[in-house]
Design a protein around this ligand. Structure first.
Ligand code: SF4
Length: 410
């Protein structure tokens, strides 16, 4: 049996071939129709929702599952439904993928239609064939090769493999393991012969980098090699406060969930649609006003959302100004004062380092999809998953806050 490759596998391969390889055996897909049922419905000339067809290429079984196949004379129009606001270049490869599988399975494809609420576009699926074949060939070659090496990408922030990838980079003595080291600086270091973590640690000075910055990246290299945290500079004790995490809808312009952790209680403020957002935001402000101390968050997203909401509703401006003075970004404190044995300091990565376990496998985008599923189906299990995810984000932030205080006190 050939290994299956679906288009989402190709998307994953494009982002990180290593993650694609690590996870290919665990993918779990639920087909609505079988290939045989698809063929039967197409033979009868029906439009088919979620058709499934497959074909073999370079020893792999390509499985196409577009949103719909619609009769178009004696040909077929394939529909790819999207929610994106604008056209993305990857749709050209996606169109080539589905067009190629359908054609190879014996159906003439007249056009591929990209259908989003924001735009509609027809694509000639042959345009992306050369690129598609090159990608499939690369994926097929993975079978005969070692696991691809880690290359930090933005997906690492939420990736469960971040600890093992850090280990690989550190074993290779790769400067890519140093969090926050700019590409330009890394290349200059390598050009100057400082091409390993050990060589970096032994460096006394380096042109274009201040002594202070050099000391900081050297300590980061030590933290990685010795697998421990190093305090880079002193900081104040972080007093008790509340922990805030906001979830925004990926395709509609509203923040659907404000999750607050106060002591050990998690309090969610939920909007079901854009119309409710103003009332819910008012409740969040009233609630926060009744609390004391800093409002901890991770990364600048929460203050940015408060600013944007107060621009939309000027009546909240003075309250938001007051609340924003209480915001404290745990991520900023961590980056400034602590060297960690990690190449990314994202919330998910740092919390994983401290053995925190999320109860769900969501990220912000998937949480938004689950929220949308709850709105469409009213299946409470979707909402519970989203709330668990958001609550865990606030608890993970709190756990890092506790760790910062204990590192300081020790
Ligand atoms: S941590 Fe990053 S490099 Fe490693 S598998 Fe995940 S996405 Fe790829």
């Amino acid at each position: 049996m050939h290994e299956e490759v679906w288009f989402e596998d190709i998307e994953q391969f494009l982002i990180c071939p290593r993650k694609y390889s690590l996870e290919k055996e665990y993918r779990n897909r639920q087909d609505i129709l079988s290939e045989q049922e698809t063929r039967e419905m197409m033979r009868l000339g029906f439009s088919v929702e979620k058709p499934i067809l497959s074909t073999e290429l370079f020893g792999l079984n390509l499985v196409s599952d577009p949103q719909a196949a619609v009769p178009d004379g004696d040909k077929w129009k394939i529909v790819l439904r999207k929610t994106a606001k604008s056209f993305k270049n990857k749709y050209i490869i996606e169109a080539a993928f589905h067009g190629y599988v359908f054609s190879s399975a014996g159906y003439i494809v007249s056009q591929i239609l990209i259908d989003s609420p924001h735009f509609t576009r027809q694509i000639d699926w042959r345009d992306g064939l050369t690129r598609l074949f090159a990608l499939i060939e690369n994926i097929a070659e993975l079978k005969t090769q070692d696991l691809p090496e880690p290359k930090p990408v933005s997906q690492c922030k939420t990736c469960p493999h971040v600890l093992s990838c850090t280990d690989v980079l550190v074993k290779k003595q790769d400067l890519l393991a140093i969090h926050g080291l700019k590409d330009k600086t890394r290349i200059r270091l390598i050009e100057d012969g400082i091409d390993s973590l050990t060589a970096l640690i032994q460096t006394k000075e380096f042109k274009n980098i201040s002594k202070e910055s050099l000391e900081k990246i050297k300590k980061k290299a030590v933290a990685l090699i010795e697998k421990r945290e190093i305090v880079l500079s002193e900081y104040q004790e972080l007093p008790d406060g509340v922990f805030l995490d906001i979830e925004s809808h990926a395709n509609r312009n509203f923040d659907y969930l404000f999750g607050i952790l106060l002591d050990e209680s998690y309090i969610p403020f939920l909007s079901e649609n854009e119309e409710q957002e103003q009332t819910v935001f008012a409740k969040v402000i009233t609630f926060l006003d009744q609390t004391d101390g800093p409002i901890y968050h991770y990364c600048p997203y929460e203050p940015a959302r408060f600013s944007s909401l107060s621009e939309r509703w000027p009546e909240f401006r003075s309250s938001v100004l007051k609340i924003k003075k209480r915001f404290v970004d745990i991520y900023q404190i961590l980056c400034k004062h602590i060297a960690l044995p990690l190449f990314t300091y994202s919330l998910k990565s740092v919390a994983r380092l401290y053995d925190f376990r999320w109860r769900t496998n969501l990220d912000g985008l998937r949480a938004s999809r689950y929220f949308q599923l709850w709105l469409s189906t009213h299946d409470e299990s979707y909402l519970k998953t989203v709330l668990d995810y958001n609550e865990d984000d606030t608890r993970a932030t709190k756990m890092i806050w506790e760790r910062l205080n204990s590192l300081r006190n020790n």
